[in-house]
Design a protein around this ligand. Structure first.
Ligand SMILES: Nc1ncnc2c1ncn2[C@@H]1O[C@H](COP(=O)(O)OP(=O)(O)OP(=O)(O)O)[C@@H](O)[C@H]1O
Ligand SMILES: C[C@H](N)[C@H](N)CCCCCC(=O)O
Ligand SMILES: [Mg+2]
Length: 238
C-alpha cells in the first residue's frame, strides 16, 4: 500500500489527527513516510498547515503541500478568490507517485470531504485517487449523523471505481453515548468496509512523545497498529 488517500465525511472530522496516527504507526513499524496535503486552505504563509501538524505529532515524515490559500474555503473557491492557480487532481497524483518512489508509505490528505472541488473543472480528491488507483481511508465522526455521511462517501468512492480501505473514527469520545456505541458496529456495515480504528478525542493535544507511543494502539494491524476491533466492539457494545 504505497499510497493511501485519506478522506473524510467532511471537514473537522479528524483527518489530520488520523493521518498523524497512521504516520506514527508506520514510522514505529520502521517504514518511511511522506504526507501530502493536496491543498491547504485557511492558513497564512507563516502558519502551520495540516502536513506540518502531522510532522509535529508523528515525527520524521516528509511533509509536502501543493498549494496554500488564505481563505478557509474549498480549495477551488479559495484559489479563484485569491487569483491563484488551482491544484488539479493530476498534480496531486503526480506528486504522490513521485513521493512513493522514495518512501514506503505516502499519505494524501484532502480538504474537507471527498467531493470538495479543487479546480474550476470540478476535479476532486476522488479523481486523484482514481489516477493513483490508491485505497481510500474514510475518517468519520463517532456520533449521530455519521452513518448517512459515511455511507454516502463509501458509495461515491465505489461509483468512482475505488474501494474504501476502511473507516477510522476520527474522534472517539471519552464518554461515548448510545449512538457512538451503536455506530461501532453500524459504521462498517453501512460502509461495507472494515472499521480500522478509533482515535481518542483530545489525541491532537497530546505531547508528541505520548502521541507516537499511543498511536499504534488506536489503529488496526492493517494500518501497522495493534488495535483489536472485536474487543473494542465488545467493550463499547450498547
Ligand atoms: N482525535 C482528536 N483529538 C484532538 N483534536 C481533534 C481530534 N479530532 C479532531 N480534533 C480537532 O478538531 C479539529 C478538526 O480536526 P482536523 O484538523 O483533524 O480536521 P480535518 O478533518 O483534518 O479537517 P480539514 O478538512 O480542515 O483538513 C481540529 O481543531 C482538531 O484539533
Ligand atoms: C477550511 C477547512 N478547514 C478545510 N480546509 C476546507 C473545507 C472545505 C469544505 C467545503 C464544503 O464541503 O462545503
Ligand atoms: Mg485536516
Amino acid at each position: 500500500m504505497p499510497v493511501l488517500v485519506i478522506t473524510g465525511t467532511g471537514t473537522e472530522v479528524g483527518k489530520t489527527v488520523t493521518t498523524a496516527a497512521v504516520a506514527a504507526a508506520a514510522l514505529s513499524a520502521g517504514h518511511s513516510v511522506a504526507v501530502l496535503k493536496a491543498a491547504q486552505t485557511g492558513v497564512q504563509p507563516d502558519e502551520r498547515g495540516d502536513a506540518d501538524e502531522v510532522a509535529r505529532l508523528a515525527g520524521a515524515v516528509t511533509a509536502a503541500e501543493l498549494a496554500r490559500y488564505p481563505e478557509p474555503l474549498a480549495p477551488g473557491t479559495a484559489a479563484r478568490r485569491a487569483g491563484m492557480a488551482p491544484v488539479h487532481p493530476q498534480e496531486v497524483a503526480d506528486r504522490a507517485a513521485e513521493l512513493a518512489t522514495v518512501h514506503d508509505l505516502v499519505l494524501v490528505e484532502g480538504a474537507g470531504g471527498l467531493l470538495v472541488r479543487f479546480d474550476a473543472a470540478g476535479g476532486t480528491l476522488a479523481d486523484a485517487a482514481r489516477m493513483l488507483d490508491a485505497p481510500v481511508l474514510i475518517v468519520a465522526p463517532a456520533g449521530l449523523g455519521t452513518l448517512n455521511a459515511t455511507e454516502l462517501t463509501a458509495r461515491e468512492l465505489r461509483r468512482h471505481g475505488l474501494e474504501p480501505a476502511g473507516v477510522v473514527i476520527g474522534s472517539w469520545p471519552q464518554h461515548p453515548g448510545l449512538a457512538d456505541r451503536c455506530n461501532v458496529s453500524d459504521l462498517p456495515e453501512v460502509a461495507a468496509a472494515p472499521l480500522l480504528g478509533a482515535v481518542p478525542a483530545g489525541a491532537g493535544s497530546l505531547a508528541p512523545t505520548g502521541f507516537r507511543s499511543q498511536a499504534p494502539g488506536w489503529l488496526a494491524p492493517r494500518l501497522n497498529g495493534t488495535w483489536d476491533g472485536e474487543a473494542f466492539q465488545k467493550r463499547e457494545g450498547p
